[in-house]
Design a protein around this ligand. Sequence first.
Ligand SMILES: Cc1cc2nc3c(=O)[nH]c(=O)nc-3n(C[C@H](O)[C@H](O)[C@H](O)COP(=O)(O)O)c2cc1C
Length: 195
Amino acid sequence: MDLLAISGSPSTPSKTALLLEVAVRRAAEHEGVDAGLLNLRDHDVVFSDGRDPGGYTGDTRTVIDRVVAADALIVGTPMYRGGYTGRLKNLFDVLPNDALAGKPVGLVASGGTDHHYLAIEHELKPLVGFFRAWAAPGAVYANNTHFEDGELTDDGVRDRLAELVDTVVTFARRMPRGAAGAAGPEIPRRSLRES
Ligand SMILES: Cc1cc2nc3c(=O)[nH]c(=O)nc-3n(C[C@H](O)[C@H](O)[C@H](O)COP(=O)(O)O)c2cc1C
């Protein structure tokens, strides 16, 4: 099973990436799980210009293909202005509509404080819903006090990450990929240029 963690943080170093590194290490402890981290900060994903996702090339294509190939995802973002980052939004804008269908998605976020914890419910879960993916219950949120000297130091957050990863792995193993609910109505992608 291919589990991909995606970090939407533009920063180096990144607390979000640290959380995801912990998650990836946990995932790799499961037999048969090939776990990797995709740091969007390291990739030159172009802004969506409305074209069909099949038309992207270069780094954008590489990133799209990695997400499409994954069986399970952990998606992480820093809170930016009460929501997820523009970089992460852009990734979702360039993905094909069926890129995540039927896949389990664990959600992870970091913020300065706990003020925006519920943005996971209000912002990230609808995004997962759009893609007909399964949002794992029990997302993980960390704040500044959970880190020290460039490390995740909070055992509670570490434990919750392990629980989230274990849930995502179990779900991916047991749930047939085709289980994605009703297909949405076909929305033809048609720009003014083509009409
Ligand atoms: C542009 C910007 C906007 C931010 N907005 C919020 C916010 O709305 N709520 C919050 O809790 N933290 C906010 N923060 C703080 C970051 O979410 C927090 O430091 C996070 O852990 C950074 O993660 P990273 O190290 O992975 O980039 C903001 C930081 C930046 C740079």
